[in-house]
Design a protein around this ligand. Structure first.
Ligand SMILES: Cc1cc2nc3c(=O)[nH]c(=O)nc-3n(C[C@H](O)[C@H](O)[C@H](O)COP(=O)(O)O)c2cc1C
Length: 337
């Protein structure tokens, strides 16, 4: 089967990682697509109406292929009143510091996946990528019928095999260095990216997209040599001119040696890699995803408005010190071997 790179086709072997929650913008996705890579819209936290509007915004800026990314729906585990109180107690000093009332416990903790998926089908991007699990066979068939290529996310060889068996067109393999949420659902090896790429590429016949810590053309070349057909890069674009990265987030990324990255569930209830800050260091009893994500949303929004990086989820991969403030097209050029 021809690789995803040739099926689209692309001029540069670079996929912009979908970055839900504000970093990814239509302008960033379009700029990467216009530079010959595959731009992605991180749509996981958007309503169906917002997805339709953002896809339309991308189309005003590019006629090249791009991807839309969703999180597969998660089983919402019941949480006890005691767990909720414990989580609220941990957040209380941060709310007090920002002058916020304790949040009401949200009733709707995740987006309506079927509405989101319907909006993606109707807007017909070239690619629909997804993380956190598997799509059911009916949804994969609907993508195929709509001429939309499907891309799942794996953090280990067994997950990659399951996605291939489901019938996806390509698999993103996410190494342990990657910024943002861990994208798998069953077994996470936190593996070194080149080794995982090699292992998955030799186990699968569908295209492999390598992700995690790819900050230079040499690193991209190494994953292509290990069998990937494309490299998916997120952290390399955090400081791009077109990114929606807030000012305090940019400042934290650029602060001299002040930060390291950590895997934390403090913000959302699922492990994700970001710069260590006061919030990730102090929250020890988060609710399971997606409850914690919904519970911390008002605090994160207020922190962004107040310029307070100590309460923001500063998602970043281990390579963040090599991120550069440049137009996205120049970053695609820097990453292309
Ligand atoms: C700010 C940020 C947000 C992210 N959001 C998403 C997302 O919405 N969906 C997704 O599949 N992956 C998301 N990721 C993970 C990326 O797809 C990818 O695995 C990661 O960026 C690759 O590692 P790198 O950051 O070292 O380049 C995100 C990563 C970052 C840095």
């Amino acid at each position: 089967m021809p690789s995803l790179h040739n099926r689209l086709p692309l001029q540069a072997p670079i996929v912009l990682a979908p970055m839900a929650g504000g970093v990814g913008t239509p302008a960033l996705a379009a700029a990467v697509s216009n530079a010959g890579g595959l731009g992605s819209l991180g749509a996981a936290y958007l309503t169906a109406g917002q997805i339709t509007a953002e896809v339309a915004a991308v189309r005003t800026l590019t006629s090249r292929p791009f991807a839309v990314n969703l999180f597969t729906p998660q089983r919402v585990l019941p949480v006890s009143a005691l767990d909720v109180q414990r989580a609220l107690d941990e957040l209380a000093p941060f709310h007090a510091d920002l002058g916020l009332a304790p949040p009401a416990v949200p009733e709707q903790v995740q987006q309506d996946f079927h509405a989101q998926f319907g909006a993606v089908l109707a807007s017909r991007p070239a690619v629909c990528s997804f993380a956190f699990g598997r799509l059911d066979g009916r949804d994969l068939a609907r993508l195929r019928e709509g001429g939309i290529l499907s891309v799942g996310t794996a953090t280990s060889v067994p997950e990659a095999r399951m996605l291939q068996a489901d019938g996806v067109d390509a698999v993103v393999v996410q190494g342990g260095a990657a910024g943002g949420h861990r994208g798998g659902w069953w077994q996470d090896d936190l593996a070194e990216t080149v080794a995982l790429t090699r292992a998955v590429s030799s186990a699968l016949s569908v295209s492999v997209i390598a992700a995690g810590g790819l900050m230079t053309a040499d690193a991209v070349q190494a994953v292509l040599q290990a069998g990937a057909s494309l490299a998916q890069c997120g952290t390399a674009f955090l400081l791009a001119d077109e990114a929606g990265t807030s000012v305090p987030y940019r400042e934290a990324l650029l602060a001299d040696g002040a930060h390291t990255t950590v895997l934390t569930s403090a913000f959302s209830g699922r492990p994700a890699r970001g710069l260590s800050n006061a919030f990730s260091r102090s929250v020890r009893s988060p609710l399971p995803y997606p409850h914690q994500n919904a519970l911390t949303r008002p605090l994160r929004a207020a922190g962004a408005r107040a310029g307070r990086s100590d309460v923001l989820s500063l998602w970043a991969g281990e390579g963040f010190a090599r991120a550069r403030s440049r137009p996205a097209a120049a970053i695609v050029g820097d990453l292309t071997p």
